[in-house]
Structures are given as structure tokens and as C-alpha cells.
Design a binder for this molecule. Structure first.
Ligand SMILES: Nc1ncnc2c1ncn2[C@@H]1O[C@H](COP(=O)(O)OP(=O)(O)OP(=O)(O)O)[C@@H](O)[C@H]1O
Ligand SMILES: [Mg+2]
Length: 260
């Protein structure tokens, strides 16, 4: 089988998406969402996927995690076909993912239930510190701000030592200021963990601030239109020339005249 155009075996591809088609059958007929998606995600990279609203970004992410079956084509992680979800592939959604009746400690330790207490406590406290929630381990979600809940969500995802982290608009529920703060936190946490991360976002600036490469999808039925490298050193400054140039380039590809 021919590898997708941006596949570079020497870079250590982690996920290979080849000619993926996905059609949903509904009462009103078939909805063709993905039409020939080719994408290679490298090991330990941070990849962002941007594209027009409703083009199939979440569908692609769900297929890559095994939550949604593809119609044709193939998706492999480390050479193994993805056919079902795995506890090693973890999603971070908006803040709603955490359990309101569990404390911060219990939420973060949720995926570690079969472990001896001492070991579990060490891991939970490591991630509580990593996301900056020291002192809040006994608090309940109702006592936390939106940004703090999001930190719990990230800590819970990282605590299970996932193979791949899937982020679908993870900052969507946050106010503008907290969103900026959380982006910076994610850059820092990613720098410490170097997990393979795939972020779906409609926010081009967010994609540029976080990702090593940015895949731009077409309108539905979608394919990957292009994948852009983003080698700017972190932390990235939206006011820098390279940042603005990349933003304009992506807006140009998406068919939006110029960035604001
Ligand atoms: N389970 C489903 N059954 C039928 N159609 C679906 C299903 N899930 C998604 N779709 C359709 O697939 C298309 C793509 O949806 P998807 O949620 O993947 O887009 P998206 O790019 O993530 O959108 P947004 O930017 O709004 O988050 C939409 O037209 C949607 O209605
Ligand atoms: Mg979506």
C-alpha cells in the first residue's frame, strides 16, 4: 500500500490514516463526512487539526481513537489496526468530563483503581502538582473554577500514562482569559511529558500556539487539504511575524480573506 503523502517513516510515525472514508447512515439518507483522509501523526508530536465547522474534525478524531468505525480505508497505531477504543487512548473534552461527586484526588485517580494505594497516591499527587492544583486534592468540582476543572481533566488523562492524548476543543467552555492561560499550561505540560497529542480546534491561533504541525481539512466531505510545519520555538508569541504569517496562510487555505 502507498503511504500517505506526508508520511515520513524516518520520523517515527505513530498513527497512519490511509484513504479513510466515513459515511453516517441516517433516516434522511447517507451523510458522507470523510472522503479519502490521509494523515500521518509522528510519535510524540503535537498535531492540530483545523477546518471549517461541521467538516468532520470530531468524526476523524473519534475514528482515530476507535470510538467510531470507519467505512473504508485503514487507521493504524504502531502498526496495529484501530478497531475499538483502548484505555491507553484518552480523550480530553471540555470541563464536563469530570465527575461532580468525586473529589479532585478521586477524579484524577479514577483510571488507576486497581493499583495499590501508595503507588496510586504517588501518581495522583505527581499530576496534581504538574497541573498546579496542590492543596485542592480534597476539593469537589463545584468548588473549582472552570480553568481548575480543566486542569483536573488534564491530570486525569495524563495519570493513566496514555499512549495518545486526543483533545477535542478542550478549551471551548472557558472564558477568553482562562483559555489563554490554559493554552500556556498545556504547552508547559506537553514540554514535560511529550505525549503524542492530537488537538481538534476551530481556533487557528490556538493551533499555532500549541502544535508542531497543523493539518487543515477541507469542507465536508473532508480530506486533509495540507499539513503545515510549525517549527517556531515555544512559548509562541501571537504578535511575532512568523506567527502572524502562519495564521494568514491557514486563513488563506480555509478561504478566509485575512486574519484579525
Ligand atoms: N453519529 C452521527 N450520525 C449522523 N451524522 C453525524 C454523526 N456524527 C456527525 N455527523 C455529521 O457529520 C458531520 C461532521 O460532524 P463533526 O462533528 O465531525 O464535525 P466537526 O468538524 O467536528 O464540527 P464542529 O466544528 O462543529 O465541531 C456533520 O454534518 C454531522 O452532522
Ligand atoms: Mg467537533
Amino acid at each position: 500500500m502507498t503511504p500517505p503523502p506526508d508520511a515520513d517513516p524516518s520520523a517515527g510515525d505513530k498513527i497512519l490514516v490511509r484513504d479513510v472514508h466515513k459515511t453516517f447512515s441516517t433516516k434522511k439518507g447517507d451523510v458522507q463526512v470523510l472522503e479519502g483522509v490521509d494523515l500521518a501523526v509522528r510519535d510524540r508530536e503535537f498535531l492540530a487539526i483545523v477546518g471549517p465547522s461541521g467538516c468532520g474534525k470530531s468524526t476523524l478524531l473519534n475514528c482515530m481513537a476507535g470510538f467510531e468505525r470507519i467505512s473504508t480505508g485503514s487507521i493504524e497505531i504502531d502498526g496495529v489496526e484501530v478497531t475499538a477504543p483502548s484505555p491507553k487512548r484518552v480523550f480530553v473534552f471540555q470541563e464536563t468530563g469530570i465527575f461532580p461527586w468525586f473529589s479532585v484526588w478521586d477524579n484524577i485517580g479514577f483510571g488507576l483503581s486497581r493499583m495499590p494505594f501508595e503507588q496510586k497516591h504517588e501518581i495522583v499527587m505527581r499530576y496534581i502538582r504538574m497541573v498546579g492544583l496542590d492543596g485542592f486534592e480534597k476539593s469537589f468540582p463545584s468548588e473549582l473554577s472552570g480553568g481548575m476543572k480543566q486542569r483536573v481533566e488534564f491530570a486525569r488523562a495524563l495519570a493513566v500514562d496514555p499512549d495518545v492524548l486526543y483533545l477535542d476543543e478542550p478549551f471551548g467552555a472557558l472564558d477568553a482569559f482562562t483559555r489563554l492561560e490554559m493554552r500556556r499550561e498545556v504547552v508547559r505540560i506537553w514540554g514535560e511529558t511529550h505525549k503524542t497529542c492530537i488537538l481538534v480546534t476551530h481556533d487557528v491561533e490556538e493551533a499555532i500556539e500549541l502544535a508542531d504541525r497543523i493539518a487543515v481539512m477541507t469542507q465536508r466531505p473532508a480530506r486533509i487539504q495540507t499539513v503545515l510545519d510549525n517549527p517556531q520555538p515555544r512559548p509562541r508569541d501571537p504578535d511575532r511575524r512568523e506567527f502572524r504569517a502562519l495564521k494568514d496562510e491557514i486563513f488563506g487555505i480555509l478561504g478566509v480573506e485575512r486574519s484579525v
